[in-house]
Design a protein around this ligand. Structure first.
Ligand SMILES: [Zn+2]
Length: 442
């Protein structure tokens, strides 16, 4: 809304890639409130872990919450890899948040980012139909590296739908929020293309592509949640399978602006999480406080549909955030800057900075880290260096499961110190079933 404060002012905490203890989550909530936020989107499930206790399916946490080591590029180690929130933890955090004027929206990712779920309950995955004589069932594990994996829940089996509904029953009982996030980003449909159940569902429902099958699944889950009085949020990738009804809320993050715009034209509501402005796991070299100040309050794709833009949300993905200190450094004061963007009316850079400075003082009083002022408005050379340092952390070659030397690709098992396969192209060294390597050939 052009002339009103955004009603949705959120930040997202990824508790999967690195686990944060409940007391620290409460601290972040208190600090986010000081920044003017009123929503915490809680990313609780992903390939690398399952962080919420579900009574009916105890293996989700028994198996899915445990990860021995981590291979997130340059951040490789054993700190805060495992853990989960009990129902009691969640009740306490939700009530603490409510007392502080903060709503918590849980996210249960589907159909992708589901490796931890499938490691615990592989029967929720797809059957495998292949001409290859040695093709057994798909195998799953809690993933130890970052990336996009083809481990999707099956969209063709009714039993999988019931399974997800059971999980969502418990999740909606724990979280009183009127909204539930069901993910939907980065779903690689390799298994769906080979699964007789998924293919059968496509034929029966007249679906022309696996993208449409994802939309079909989302519509079914969304209808289930709507019957419970809940609104469903999805990442904007889901629009690749066609338009969604206006009772869905789409979270924009990257690409697909034309589809998002059409969704708004049809009455849909959108949350802006533009990677260029609000992704706070990105280094300050890319997004400093001044860049947030400069970023248009109403992005171009929303022009003319301001009333359908609920607001903004700032995700903190934690592949490279192992502890509270690092989380504080990345979130603050950028979250304070984002909070100011929620208000209508331009502020001068000086007034903006002064307001951020004041919030920083309060955040430091809570015992949290704030990035010092020299990070707020970085000269080009320092910004460049910061971006390079961050890329070194992401792409640390010694942590990747393959290497490339003079047109020769080798897949490595670095733990065992052995070479698995060699070839002349990336694709030639990959085999079906190299799930942790699937991202390499994309
Ligand atoms: Zn399937």
């Amino acid at each position: 809304m052009q002339n009103q404060m955004f009603s949705y002012r959120g930040f997202m905490l990824d508790s999967v890639r690195h686990f944060m203890k409940p007391a620290d989550v409460r601290k972040l909530i208190a600090a986010a409130r000081l920044c003017g936020m009123n929503v915490m989107h809680w990313h609780l499930t992903d390939d690398q872990g399952w962080r919420v206790e579900i009574r009916k399916y105890p293996r989700l946490t028994e198996i899915g919450s445990v990860r021995g080591r981590t291979f997130f590029g340059g951040v490789s180690g054993t700190e805060n890899n495992s853990g989960y929130y009990t129902r009691e933890d969640i009740r306490e955090i939700v009530s603490f948040a409510a007392e502080n004027g903060m709503e918590i929206i849980p996210e249960i990712e589907l159909p992708g980012h589901a490796s931890a779920l499938l490691a615990a309950y592989p029967e929720a995955g797809c059957r495998r139909e292949s001409e290859l004589p040695d093709a057994g069932p798909w195998t799953y594990a809690v993933e130890v590296s970052g990336g996009i994996f083809p481990n999707l829940i099956c969209a063709g089996k009714e039993s999988t739908l019931r399974f997800m509904e059971d999980i969502l029953d418990e999740v909606t009982e724990l979280f009183p929020s009127r909204m539930v996030h069901i993910g939907g980003d980065e779903a690689l449909k390799l298994h769906w293309r080979r699964c007789p159940d998924c293919q059968k569902r496509m034929r029966e429902a007249g679906l022309r592509s696996e993208e449409e099958l994802q939309r079909d699944l989302v519509l079914r889950i969304g209808a289930y949640l709507a019957a419970k009085g809940k609104e469903t949020i999805v990442w904007n990738d889901v629009l690749n399978g066609g338009m969604l009804p206006d009772y869905f809320i789409v979270q924009q993050w990257m690409d697909g602006e034309d589809k998002i715009r059409r969704f708004m034209e049809n009455g849909g509501r959108v949350i802006c999480s533009e990677t260029k402005a609000y992704y706070f796991d990105y280094p300050y070299g890319r997004i400093d406080v001044r860049k947030i100040w400069q970023y248009p309050r109403i992005p171009e794709w929303a022009a003319g549909y301001e009333s359908r833009l609920l607001g903004i949300e700032c995700p903190l993905w934690t592949e490279r955030v192992t502890n509270l200190e690092r989380a504080g450094f990345l979130l603050f004061p950028r979250l304070a800057a984002a909070g100011l963007k929620a208000h209508p009316g331009p502020l001068s850079w000086e007034d903006f900075r002064e307001s951020v400075r004041e919030t920083c003082r309060q955040i430091r009083d809570l015992g949290l880290t704030c990035a010092p002022e020299e990070w707020w408005d970085m000269p080009a050379d320092r910004a460049e260096a910061d971006i390079r340092a961050d890329e070194d952390r992401i792409y640390a070659p010694e942590a990747l499961p393959y290497e490339q030397k003079q047109h020769r690709w080798t897949v490595l098992d670095r733990e065992e110190g052995r070479r698995i396969r060699e070839g002349e192209t990336k694709a030639s060294v990959l085999r079906e079933g190299d799930q942790t390597l699937a991202e390499i050939c994309r």
